[in-house]
Design a binder for this molecule. Structure first.
Ligand code: NCD
Length: 412
């Protein structure tokens, strides 16, 4: 099995059940991706690596339309009827606030009914039922399963279970991975990309806090181009265990000429792990690894050259028995943002964070929140729109949304 799912204790029933899917899980992503699509459409959402630039642009455009329609009474009514006949199960056995609520809100925008299981002790799993039986049961009652688990490959295995059921003529529903252990969090990466798309628009004064300075920006940064290609992205904090970093880095690797700078303490747990490094190198991504936001790379401190900064917290829930004491000996301050550092950033460079931020650790002090570059609250709201766009795409109603939007706005 992949190193992410390696265990250093007696295997649990879940881990034993996953062994059944081991040979399929261990294949390269490029081989697995076609199995997650049906008729050139998304079926299951499991990895960041499933999305091409075209898909990301389409999803962002659909999210923009849903957002605009939601501001209009008849637009809201139209959206509410689109998936009125569909039901979603939110199966979240790991803590979540934003992902859970924004998926629920996304379902509600499109008229879907939601139900939830968050505490497995209230389900038949306490009577010895396996996760896979639970999932198959959910698929009997619901049309979509959105799941978060601490087990790295569980969502992927559930997608294969659903494919096997479909192949044998049984009922089968799409699986959406809403966070799998320290492994992947593809829908967070979608909202991160959507936030970057909007931040690098530089055109619409309504939507971007910096766009009314567009002319000014042009003078100061004559080579600045719209869009995600050709930009320098900084990822800072717990790079090794941040699943959002893993998913977003693989999506950014789709764009031409990007540079990814990973800023993490010099520690094998917290710094970039080998598997992601190898994947990015294989895809020809320009990559730099440093230990501080102020470290100089090619003659310029990192903080001054990045076009966007992605902060993360230290993922304490993944700590092993000796990690706490060991991390206490490290100097983690070079991976924290301060007002002084923000003052040195480019005037348009958005600051993102998947949230929650860790108040005690203080990777982003609240005094930065009113800086126009602090994008993290907008980013969380973007999650609702892009997840609605994702659901529309999975159920094939995105074209209907486009048609309705163009009808409604053609005379405006
Ligand atoms: C992230 C997660 O769960 O991985 N949170 C989220 O979904 N917005 C990031 C984190 O917990 O640090």
């Amino acid at each position: 099995m992949s190193s992410q799912s390696a265990v250093d204790h007696a295997p649990t029933q879940d881990e034993l059940d996953l062994l059944h899917y081991e040979s399929r899980i261990d294949r390269p992503v490029r081989i697995k991706v076609p199995e997650l699509h049906r008729d050139e459409r998304l079926r299951h959402v499991i990895f960041g690596g499933q999305f091409s630039v075209d898909m990301l642009e389409d999803l962002g455009a659909t999210a923009d339309k849903i957002r605009a329609l939601s501001r209009m009474r008849n637009g809201q009514d139209f959206l509410l009827h689109l998936l009125h006949h569909k039901r979603a199960m939110l199966y979240f056995t790991q803590p979540s606030t934003r992902t859970f609520l924004s998926f629920m809100a996304a379902c509600q925008i499109l008229g879907m009914t939601c139900n939830e299981v968050r505490d497995p002790t209230t389900s038949s799993e306490t009577k010895g039922e396996t996760r896979f039986d639970s999932i198959r049961m959910f698929s009997s009652y619901f049309d979509l399963i959105i799941m978060r688990s601490k087990l790295p490959s569980l969502a992927e295995a559930c997608a294969y279970l659903m494919n096997d059921l479909a192949d044998s003529g049984n009922r089968s529903v799409p699986i959406v991975n809403a966070g799998s252990g320290a492994d992947e969090h593809p829908t967070q990466a979608l909202l991160d990309i959507y936030t970057l798309q909007r931040s690098f628009q530089f055109t619409d004064p309504k939507d971007s806090p910096i766009s009314n300075r567009y002319n000014n920006l042009r003078q100061n940064f004559p080579n600045l181009m719209k869009g995600l290609a050709g930009k320098v992205y900084g990822f800072c904090g717990d790079i090794g265990r941040g699943r959002t970093v893993r998913s977003l880095a693989s999506l950014l690797a789709n764009y031409q000429d990007v540079t990814l700078i990973f800023i993490a303490p010099n520690d094998p747990t917290l710094s970039l792990h080998d598997d992601l490094r190898r994947r990015l190198v294989n895809r020809g991504v320009r990559m730099v690894e440093v230990e501080s936001l102020e470290e100089v790379v090619e003659g310029m401190p990192v903080i001054e050259q990045i076009d966007a900064l992605y902060m993360t917290r230290i993922q304490k829930e993944h700590n092993g028995p000796s990690d706490e004491a060991h991390f206490a000996e490290l100097d983690l301050s070079p991976c924290k943002l301060t007002r002084e550092l923000v003052a040195r950033m480019k005037s348009y460079a958005p600051i993102l964070h998947p949230f929650p931020r860790d108040q005690r650790f203080g990777e982003i002090p609240t005094e930065i929140d009113d800086d126009p570059r602090a994008m993290y609250f907008r980013q969380a709201r973007n999650g609702m729109w892009i997840r609605a766009a994702l659901l529309a795409s999975i159920f094939g109603v995105d074209h209907q949304i486009s048609r309705f939007f163009h009808e409604e706005t053609k005379n405006v």
